[in-house]
Design a protein around this ligand. Sequence first.
Ligand SMILES: NC(=O)c1ccc[n+]([C@@H]2O[C@H](COP(=O)([O-])OP(=O)(O)OC[C@H]3O[C@@H](n4cnc5c(N)ncnc54)[C@H](OP(=O)(O)O)[C@@H]3O)[C@@H](O)[C@H]2O)c1
Length: 270
Amino acid sequence: MPQFDFKDKVAIVTGSSQGIGKQIALELCKKGAIVIINGRTEKKLNATKERLQKAGFDVFAIACDVGIFSDCEKMVKEVVNKFGRIDILINNAGLAMEGKIAETNPEVFQKVMQVNVLGYLYPIQAALPYILQSKGSIIFNSSIAGFVGLPGFSGYSISKMALTALAQSLRIELKGTSVHVGINYIGFTENEISKTYFDEKGQLQIMPKREGVKLMPVEKVACKILQGISRKRQTQTFSGMGKVMHFLQRFCPRLMEIILSVTYKKRMKM
Ligand SMILES: NC(=O)c1ccc[n+]([C@@H]2O[C@H](COP(=O)([O-])OP(=O)(O)OC[C@H]3O[C@@H](n4cnc5c(N)ncnc54)[C@H](OP(=O)(O)O)[C@@H]3O)[C@@H](O)[C@H]2O)c1
């Protein structure tokens, strides 16, 4: 199979001012792609652009909220006006939450759906005419919470499961167009120290360092995502634990429920 060439491919990475998205942007730059980074906070986005520039890579930064359709339309217009095409759309922007269903402010669910679901759908709707022209790739960054409902993270799980439906529908609708649709079920990854999550009250909190679980290095996650694009993979499940959970949920769902119940009880006692 000929090696996929990222050189001069125009790639938008949503939510790339920090974390996994930022690393994907860096890896794309290293491969010679024309990279558009995105996030809502202009200051954070510009700091990332500067850091990439210092590393020798020039990226185009667009501050916008992917949960707002008109923002996505503007972003796509700006990219097409400047570069004339879009080859790769990596949907990555995401919000995290934690809280029991009974005790979580309903607004938290609304915010998470707006970004984690509509914030994937809207960039696709805006960019699709151009990705059809380039026969490019549309990528969904999901999570192991996308194949099993995690207690205490229900809003997040709902949003990540919805992405499976979106990716499946889209792939079938695009059959015969040569557009690649790939979904990544990412496992626990080393976080940026500034990563936040919504607590039950809807307050943003700094995500504490996760203890007792093996974290995948962010570089490894980003490289695997690019490998999925070059090999046109439909799905990828990251980390050994992710693969085990995926298998158990598919073939032994009762056992998966017992394991999750036990670990949840333990977590609640801590
Ligand atoms: N980290 C993990 O362990 C892990 C595991 C599995 C899956 N994932 C998934 O991987 C993706 C990236 O995770 P991460 O840990 O790198 O996240 P992160 O560190 O919290 O970064 C999220 C990025 O998204 C941006 N963002 C948030 N809302 C946005 C919006 N409405 N419009 C545009 N940009 C927005 C943020 O910038 P602003 O706040 O400035 O907008 C930031 O750049 C997420 O979809 C997440 O669910 C992560």
